[in-house]
Design a protein around this ligand. Structure first.
Ligand code: CTP
Ligand code: MG
Length: 234
């Protein structure tokens, strides 16, 4: 089953504190955004990539796409103030019908198998999200005091990609804009329409590179994968 993907990359990476867009930082000497793009560029069921960027960084992105021979980026779309605004700008220009994925530029470790499973599920159910069961005990806190301990057995951490029928994602974003609703992911815009969103169990190493220490985790995840590949070839 084929799909197109929106990759928001228009953030500034404040929490990474690197003095530039964190997506230009390197892991194993390759920029993070290139790792992410390569996953989709090499997946034959991906029909196109819509990349939202900060217009001030257009030349940097263009040069990287050329240098690393990324083929499937159809458009570089100016993003907005919040992540949701950036995704919406891409949603507005999508030409295709069928399934669309939204995947953070800052999550380079997503696997093709998970993408396949997610796309199948979204085709069947209209909306699906990759998530993992929460490992920590999560507490709701008010003024640095525990207000409540949540039932861990029902808590999952949502990741990306998140997949939708394109018409549904469009409607969800239009409604969010109309109601001035700002969510931290795309399924929350669909949930508020009362539409069920299916879960695909993902992997804990599909991390979003957010703070400095995530760069160490990222190097470790790559080394682990390289070792696995070598073992598979023995
Ligand atoms: N993003 C975007 N447009 C924005 C904000 C974020 O396209 N206005 C993108 C980021 O580039 C990233 C993804 O959305 O690939 C997830 O956001 P996040 O991890 O929060 O990245 P940043 O917003 O760049 O980081 P921070 O919140 O620390 O500033
Ligand atoms: Mg952010």
């Amino acid at each position: 089953m084929s799909y197109v993907v929106i990759i928001p990359a228009a953030g500034s990476g404040k929490r990474m504190n690197a003095g530039k867009n964190k997506l230009f930082l390197s892991v194993q000497e390759v920029p993070i955004i290139i790792h992410t793009l390569r996953v989709f560029d090499s997946d034959e069921t991906c029909k196109g990539i819509y990349l939202t960027i900060n217009p001030a960084e257009r030349d940097i992105f263009q040069e990287l796409l050329t240098e690393y021979k990324i083929q499937k980026v159809k458009r570089l779309i100016p993003g907005g103030k919040e992540r949701q605004d950036s995704v919406y700008e891409a949603v507005k220009v999508i030409e295709e019908e069928g399934i669309v994925l939204v995947h953070d530029g800052a999550r380079p470790f997503i696997r093709t198998n998970t993408i396949r499973e997610l796309v199948e599920k979204a085709a069947e159910k209209k909306a699906a999200v990759v998530a993992v069961p929460v490992k920590d005990t999560v507490k709701r806190v008010e003024n640095f005091q525990v207000a409540e301990t949540l039932d861990r057995s029902s808590l999952w951490a949502a990741q990306t990609p998140q997949a939708f029928h394109i018409s549904l994602l469009k409607r969800a974003h239009e409604m969010a804009e109309r109601d001035q609703f700002l969510g931290t992911d795309d399924t929350s815009l669909v949930e508020r329409l009362g539409i069920p969103v299916a879960i695909i169990e993902g992997e804990y190493d599909n991390i979003k590179l957010t703070t400095q220490e995530d760069l160490y985790f990222a190097e470790a995840i790559y080394l682990k994968r390289e070792r696995r590949k070598e073992e598979d070839h023995v």
